[in-house]
Write a protein that binds this ligand. Sequence first.
Ligand SMILES: Cc1cc2nc3c(=O)[nH]c(=O)nc-3n(C[C@H](O)[C@H](O)[C@H](O)COP(=O)(O)O)c2cc1C
Length: 334
Amino acid sequence: MKKNDLRNFCVAPMMGYTTPHARKLYRILSKNAFLFSEMIPSKTMLHSKTKDLIIDNNNNNPVALQVGGSDLKDLKMCASIAKSYNYDELNLNVGCPSKSVQKGNFGACLMLDKVLVRNCIESMQQISKIEISMKCRIGIGNNLNYEFFSDFINEVSKTGIRYIYIHARNAIMKGLSPKNNRTVPPLDYDFVSKIKIEHPSINFILNGGIENIDQAYSLFNKYDGVMIGRLIQNNPFSLMQVDKLFYNKSYSNLSIEKIILEYFNYIRKKLGTDSTFRLLSPLLGILFALPNSKKFKTEIQEIIKKNEINVLEKLFLNFFNDSINNKKLVSNLV
Ligand SMILES: Cc1cc2nc3c(=O)[nH]c(=O)nc-3n(C[C@H](O)[C@H](O)[C@H](O)COP(=O)(O)O)c2cc1C
C-alpha cells in the first residue's frame, strides 16, 4: 500500500445508477470506497422541489456530489448546498457529451473553454471547507492531441485544484451517443501518466475501461487512484474486495446474507419515499446478469407490484443462500 488517500478507489458518477440508494448498498459493501452521486445539473440542484430524492447523502461519506453547469453564481450556490448536505467534495462535470448537456453549455464542451472552467472552479472554491474537483476527458473530437489536453490542465491547475478524475478517452460531440462515447473513442492512459509528470502535486485519478478489480489494483500501483463505473453498475458485489486491497483494512463477518439483510432494513425505512423498484434496483443488476434469471426476474416484478417487502427479502436470501449453484455463480462474478 503506497498511498493513504480517501480516493484510492472511486465509484464513478453514473446517471440513473449512483442514486442515494445505490450508494447505501455500496457503503455496506465497502466502508472506504469513495462514492459519487449522479451528475445533477446546477439548476436542478438549486430549484427542483424533489431534489432531496437525488441529493440525499444519508452520511454515506466519503462521497462527492457531481454538478453540471457553467453559471458562476449557480455553481457557488451548489457548493454551499454540497456542504450543507455533508458531502466531502463538489465535482464539476467536464466530461458528459450528451446533446442536452451541450445545449446547457456544460459537460465535455467546457474543455473548449479552459478559462471558463477555471472561473467555474474558482467560483465554487469561494465556499470554504469543501473540496472542489473536476472530472474531464483527455480531449474533444476524433484526434488525440496531448498539447490541447496539457494546455487545458495547465489553465485549470492555476486554481490550486487537488483532484482531477480523468476518463482517459476523447469525447466526440457530434454523431455519437453518450453510450458509444464510453466505448468508441480509444483509451489512452499515457495522457494521464504524462500530465502527472507535469503536475506532480495534483492527484489524477484514472478512469475508463477498467474491467476487473485485479486490473484496477495493478493500475492503482501506477496512478494516484482509480475510478470505476460499469463494473460496479453490473456487479456491486465486486466492492467486497476493495477495503482490503485499496485501503488495507478488513472487517470480519461481511457475508452476502448480512449485506442483503442490512440493505433490506434500509429499504424498509425508505418505503413510501421512493418507488420500490428504485429502492431495489441497485441489487437487481447482478441477478439479472446471471444465466437463467428470466423466471426470477418475472417473479420479482410481480412481487414488486404488490410491494411485499418481506417476501422480496426472503426471495433474495433464498436466491443467494439456499442455492449452492447461485452462490457459486455470484462468487465467480465477485
Ligand atoms: C449509465 C452511466 C451513466 C453515467 N453518468 C455519468 C455522470 O452522471 N457523470 C459523469 O461524470 N460520468 C457519467 N458516466 C461515465 C462514468 O462516470 C465513467 O466515466 C465511464 O463509464 C467510464 O468508466 P468505466 O469504463 O469504468 O465505466 C456514466 C456512465 C454510465 C455507464
